[in-house]
Ligand binder design. Structure first.
Ligand SMILES: *Cc1c(COP(=O)(O)O)cnc(C)c1O
Length: 355
């Protein structure tokens, strides 16, 4: 028998969330962002479930080739562009759409001999100060790109640093509009938070990530309030039950001290599975269909839970770490992080099962 931990991936939740994006941004085309192994859900599982998207946005040529190998013929966007000059020919051979975010990538493209011209996304740094050409240099960069025989079509893009805050896109959006005015080019700006809260930024293409997986991009609005459904349910089982006395401690460092006699469940899930080691006592978890709390420090392969009010729980009882009943956002908030990190860090050793 295999270890009972498993990540179930719901195709119907993927379809539902994709529909929510379409409803929120009805006029825009949609890049489904499936970088980082589709936020931990499995690249090809996500690609299959999201096949009605207009394109897939990813990071690496490896992932692009896996998508092409699986028969995906629609656009593929490389969010950070190429990492070496030779990569442009791979882009041409497989009709991939690279981002250009700096002068080095521009020069590589200018010097490339390609089997066919490329669609290019030109990224503008509107204030996040991570990737992107300076707005002042856009006009001259576009002039160069328009003269290159390596280029078939151009789209402008930027990325928001503050889309999860009320009005947080306004300053960057203004910079984008000023820089792109008169270019006549299509635009792609909005991530999940901007799709849901900043209609003005939707433009021609949107780039949803987290909302497709059924998690909220906002700290103050839950996924269910946004009409999103959890795609991943991470579940496992109790593999042992302990009875402790008042004053006994549980786990490494003796972090949890029992105030009275109680029953403790041991779950087959630890930080080597991707569960956050820094999750404190009180982090929500579901055992035998009942809501309870994590207690004691998370170990590499196990964690411990309070069974005080779940007398029916026994070895073999089902546990939901996060998913349809325990929002991954709630676990993340308790552990002082965001759902993106928990989902993307789900360990390869955890089997994914598409349901
Ligand atoms: C990851 C990413 C997205 C998706 O962001 P979400 O917050 O998950 O919707 C969009 N655009 C870029 C450039 C990204 O890197």
């Amino acid at each position: 028998m295999s270890r009972p931990i498993i990540a179930s991936i719901s195709r119907s939740a993927f379809a539902h969330n994709l529909q929510q994006v379409r409803q929120a941004a009805p006029k825009a085309r949609l890049w489904a962002v499936i970088k980082a192994n589709a936020y931990g859900h499995g690249l090809l599982t996500a690609a299959t479930a999201l096949a009605s998207a207009d394109g897939f946005a990813i990071l690496t040529l490896d992932d692009a080739l896996r998508l092409r190998g699986a028969g995906w013929q629609k656009p593929v966007l490389l969010l950070e562009g190429v990492f070496s000059a030779e990569d442009y020919e791979v882009c041409a051979a497989h009709d991939l759409t690279p981002v250009i975010h700096d002068e080095r990538q521009l020069r590589w493209l200018d010097g490339a001999q390609l089997s066919r011209p490329l669609a290019i996304y030109v990224k503008i740094n509107t204030g996040m100060n991570r990737l992107g050409l300076a707005p002042e240099s856009l006009t001259s960069s576009l002039q160069r790109l328009r003269q290159m025989t390596q280029v078939r079509e151009l789209t402008l893009m930027t990325h928001f640093a503050l889309a999860d805050v009320d009005g947080g896109t306004a300053a960057q959006f203004a910079v984008f509009q000023r820089a792109s005015a008169g270019s006549g080019l299509p635009a792609c700006l909005a991530n999940s938070a901007a799709i849901l809260s900043a209609r003005a930024t939707h433009a021609d293409w949107v780039r949803p990530g987290i909302m497709l997986y059924g998690s909220s991009p906002f700290a103050d609005r839950t996924a269910s309030e946004l009409g999103l459904q959890a795609v991943m349910t991470l579940s496992s089982e109790l593999i042992a039950v302990q009875s402790v006395r008042a004053g006994d401690t549980v786990g490494y460092g003796g972090r949890f001290v029992a105030e009275r006699p109680m029953r403790i469940g041991v779950v087959a899930c630890g930080y080597a599975d991707g569960y956050p080691r820094h999750a404190p006592d009180g982090t929500p978890i579901l055992v035998h269909g009942r809501h309870t709390r994590l207690i004691g420090r998370v170990s590499m392969d196990m964690l411990t839970v309070d069974l005080e009010h779940i007398p029916e729980a026994a070895p073999g009882s089902p546990v939901e770490l996060w998913g349809s009943q325990v929002p991954v956002d709630a676990v993340a908030a308790s552990a002082g992080t965001i759902s993106y990190e928990l989902l993307a860090a789900l360990a390869p050793r955890v089997a994914r099962r598409s349901t």
